[in-house]
Design a protein around this ligand. Structure first.
Ligand code: LLP
Length: 410
């Protein structure tokens, strides 16, 4: 919100106050927004049908928040599962994912009694056989199916096509073979099938296409559970147009309307729960004007806290939180402090005139896959994460210190 002083504020706290209290770069989440997105998803899809994909953003506070809101948690590694368990989320509120789960991760999932494991490959089925032979109980499993549909998103986050490392291909018969094998095995309790066609999907028809294929397979399988993935896109910039949670739900429900009422349908949203709830706050440290070429504005973070522009050429907007009403009449490339030219946060940003050293800048819609993909490139310390609600801010992840950077050295 822009408050009556013309200042950008989030959760009732001015961004400039957050910057002076917690320093920059800083991830700030509007806690009520996170909760509302969870509630909207539960209202659209029903109780115990929404599985939050924690890879989008995970820390103990986020795991606890999702759990409190009645949302299940998708964990794709033993690490994500560990964070969820450490936050007090019971194992049976978690679903285990991953295209290359280790024996230890599978053992961890089974001994902590996950709700189900989404099995991705024949090798994984073999590992589950071995664990059962050791005496572990047969877990409830869904099989990840690759439906062979094309999605309009970046190639790196497209997963539904035949040429994919994920899942059992439907078109070459692997999916049917896997269903038969799992059904015949006493090492697993096959309960359902799963698909996830890709991420940041903005075209609702892509979900329609995939759901039709999956519903047909599901209906012929006689199984009880169907997961139709995550992938709902969000608007990052003014020119993006994303379907709402309800529009997504309507499309999936229509596709599943022919199924018997006993069929249980799950979804796994990640980005759409957390992206728009989060902003990143930076401070400008260097302004370089190259006449006739461009202006570079360098901030105190960069590709270590938001890899998405470098990885996917993702676009963002940027605002000066203290000059919210100023016309953005100039253009600048917003870059970070890392030692490479690809360290870009916003390729060509409209900005207010005369951005100066010491100004704050904010990139909105950075709540998904920002902190979760943050890294220590150039031995930059990772930012702190703050939740704000009703005019109060609380630190949920502290800023890394220089000592943290050497704590693994032996
Ligand atoms: N379910 C599965 C099995 C997934 O692999 C993912 C995301 C999701 C659900 C959640 O998808 P979402 O609703 O967040 O689109 N780092 C990339 C995104 C990678 C997504 C990986 N899987 C990015 O920054 O765009």
């Amino acid at each position: 919100t822009v408050n009556t002083n013309g200042q950008l504020s989030i959760g009732g706290v001015e961004v400039k106050d957050l910057a002076s209290q917690f320093d920059t770069p800083l991830f700030v989440y509007d806690e009520n927004h996170l909760r509302e997105r969870c509630r909207e998803a539960v209202a659209a899809f029903g109780a115990d049908s929404v599985i939050y994909a924690t890879k989008a953003f995970l820390c103990k506070a986020m795991a606890k928040l999702a759990y409190e809101e009645g949302v299940l948690l998708d964990v794709a590694t033993g690490g994500e599962f560990h964070v969820a368990l450490s936050a007090g989320v019971p194992g049976n509120r978690c679903v285990m994912h991953g295209n290359n789960k280790s024996v230890d991760e599978l053992r961890m999932a089974i001994t902590n009694n996950v709700r189900h494991i989404v099995v991705d490959s024949f090798d994984e089925l073999n590992r589950l056989e071995a664990l059962h032979a050791e005496g572990l109980p047969a877990p409830r499993v869904q099989l990840r199916i690759t439906p062979g549909v094309h999605v309009n998103t970046h190639d790196y986050v497209s997963t539904g096509q035949d040429d994919s490392k994920f899942g059992f291909n439907l078109n070459n018969g692997d999916a049917h073979r896997a269903i038969e094998q799992a059904r015949a095995s006493s090492a697993v309790d096959l309960v359902g099938i799963h698909c996830h066609i890709g991420s940041n999907v903005l075209a609702i028809e892509n979900f329609e296409d995939a759901s039709k294929v999956m519903v047909d397979l599901f209906a012929s399988s006689g199984l009880q559970e169907l997961t139709l993935g995550g992938g709902l896109g969000v608007a990052y910039t003014e020119k993006d147009n994303a379907p709402t949670m309800q529009q997504w739900a309507d499309v999936l429900k229509r596709a599943a309307s022919s199924l018997p009422p006993t069929a249980r349908v799950y979804v796994e949203p990640g980005r759409s729960i957390v992206a728009a709830a989060g902003i990143t706050v930076y401070e400008v440290g260097t302004v370089k004007k190259i006449d006739g070429i461009r202006t570079y504005v360098a901030v105190d973070g960069g590709m270590s806290d938001n890899m998405r522009p470098a990885l996917y050429e993702s676009e963002y907007e940027v605002f000066d939180p203290e000059r919210t009403t100023a016309d953005r009449t100039e253009h600048a490339r917003i870059v970070g402090k890392h030692c490479e030219s690809g360290d870009i946060l916003v390729f060509d940003a409209p900005v207010p005139p005369n951005i100066a050293v010491g100004d704050l800048l904010v990139t909105p819609v950075t709540g998904a896959y920002g902190y979760s993909m943050a890294n220590n490139y150039n031995k930059v310390t990772r930012p702190a994460v703050v939740f704000v609600a009703d005019g109060a801010a609380r630190l949920v992840v502290r800023r890394e210190t220089l000592d943290d950077l050497t704590r693994l050295d032996v």
